[in-house]
Design a protein around this ligand. Structure first.
Ligand SMILES: Nc1ncnc2c1ncn2[C@@H]1O[C@H](COP(=O)(O)OP(=O)(O)OP(=O)(O)O)[C@@H](O)[C@H]1O
Ligand SMILES: [Mg+2]
Length: 431
């Protein structure tokens, strides 16, 4: 069985690793374009994740049996539709289903149409209209926080949680006039009521009708300890039973997951693939902040390290629409992923240092996000995020201890990581 994974980060390394480590059949894994670490598990294919024409011709030439897409951009651009139009097996949402992530306006209108609990919002297609909504007072007084979101994909740079009206006005100018999130990403924006509470991520596999939940996760977006400083792609993640109690999970299932999957079906785009719900647990119940239409990075590393069922059988069940018949098992306990990045990240960062100590670590999986491999087999830190040190254990404290023990043995010039991943979940304090 030949499988192609599209993407190049820690998420794709974890997917590749899980395919090989859970598989009961013989799998030959390819990754396009992959990275130095992924090359330990898969054959790298030098084609960009966004080049669907080249990917299609590779899949046809090599007789690849199944393709799985990691990142959002190719999904939004319609890679699944392109593969399916050629009769090539692929797992992921169509472009129509990927609008749940690719357009915040579409996602919010969809939530409203299906009665899914979310923050109050307005969408605006000009800066003047956005300013008018912010100044109208419907999102609170001038000293009240308000959230501004670019409509389109913006690689994590499109959302501003403004602490007051004047910051919100600045954010509208930055996004819509100065286009800091990209040229078209903020042609429209969503203005949103600021919610408060603890965040949780719930991911699920869906075949369009039935679904399988993954262990709830939480990520750590800010670069600095104590959740300070700029946002990153994610500096760490955990899975732990403390993230969502059973009753809240039931509410998420009945008020968010089931209406979403039913709504997508009703609207003609049954959701097949991995759906990611970004939730805020508020005083009035869980509210949906956003959809992502793919695995999160680094949530995936912490989630898949607990997977006991053959990941390939899950992918096949999504394609064959028989997820209901599959029993998916996860290891008990908890897990953590601590990301080590290059100095300067998330701004301009240093790169090119030799990573030492990888052969000294035990009890963890090291998922590579941004490395290349030299001819002598050593690894070079080439990305902003470089490694995701990931462990599972009977409880969160032990999983974190494994990650930090391993990090003590790894070093390179310019390595940085947060020492407080999972701490709030451990101490029970609110985020
Ligand atoms: N209504 C809200 N109230 C308070 N905070 C919010 C609200 N909406 C978003 N946020 C904060 O902003 C973050 C990013 O928002 P959102 O998830 O919509 O954006 P995104 O750029 O698609 O994120 P991701 O990169 O995780 O996909 C959230 O994780 C949350 O911390
Ligand atoms: Mg998102």
């Amino acid at each position: 069985m030949k499988i192609l994974i599209i993407g190049s980060g820690g998420r794709e390394h974890a997917i590749t690793w899980a395919l090989r480590h859970t598989s009961v059949s013989d799998v030959e894994v390819y990754c396009a374009p992959g990275n130095g670490g992924i090359a330990q598990e898969a054959r790298l294919v030098a084609i960009s994740a966004d080049d669907s024409a080249e990917l299609i011709s590779f899949v046809q030439t090599e007789n690849i049996d199944l393709t799985f897409v990691g990142p959002e951009a190719p999904l939004s651009a319609g890679i699944v539709d392109a593969f399916e139009s050629k009769g090539l097996p692929i797992v992921g949402p169509t472009a129509a289903a990927a609008r749940l992530e690719g357009s915040k306006v579409f996602a919010k209108d969809f939530m409203a149409r299906h009665g899914i609990p979310t923050a109050l919002y307005r969408s605006a297609d000009s800066a003047s209209q956005a300013l008018e909504f912010v100044r109208s007072g419907e999102f609170g007084s001038p000293d009240h926080p308000v959230v501004i979101k670019a409509d389109g994909l913006a690689a994590g740079k499109g959302v501003v949680v403004a602490s007051n009206r004047s910051e919100a006005e600045t954010a509208i100018g930055n996004l819509m006039i100065d286009k800091v999130a990209g040229s078209n990403a903020a042609d429209r924006v969503v203005i949103e009521e600021a919610l408060s509470g603890v965040e949780a991520s719930v991911l699920l596999f869906s075949d369009g009708r039935d679904y399988v939940l993954m262990p709830p996760a939480r990520d750590h977006k800010r670069i600095g300890e104590g959740d300070v400083g700029p946002n990153t792609g994610g500096m760490g993640s955990i899975t732990d039973s403390s993230i969502l109690d059973h009753e809240t999970m039931r509410e998420v299932v009945s008020r968010v997951i089931e209406p979403t999957l039913a709504g997508a079906r009703e609207e003609g785009f049954p959701f097949r693939g991995v759906l990611f719900l970004g939730l805020m647990l508020t005083a009035t119940g869980p509210k949906l902040l956003e959809y992502n239409v793919r695995f999160g990075d680094p949530e995936t590393q912490a989630i898949l390290i607990r997977l006991k069922t053959d990941l390939l059988s899950i992918f096949q069940a999504i394609r064959n629409q028989n997820l209901a018949g599959l029993r998916v098992e996860w290891s008990q306990g908890a897990s953590a992923c601590v990301v080590a990045a290059n100095r300067g990240y998330p701004g301009a960062y240093e790169k090119g240092a030799l990573i030492r100590g990888l052969d000294q670590v035990t009890g963890v999986e090291v998922f590579h996000a941004g490395t290349s491999r030299s001819t002598d087999g050593s690894f070079i830190a080439t990305g902003g995020r470089v490694l995701g040190i990931t462990a599972t254990a009977e409880d969160l404290k032990s999983a974190l201890a494994r990650c930090y023990d391993a990090l003590d043995r790894i070093e390179w010039e310019g390595m940085q990581y947060r020492r407080d991943i999972g701490r709030r979940a451990l101490t029970g304090s609110v985020n």
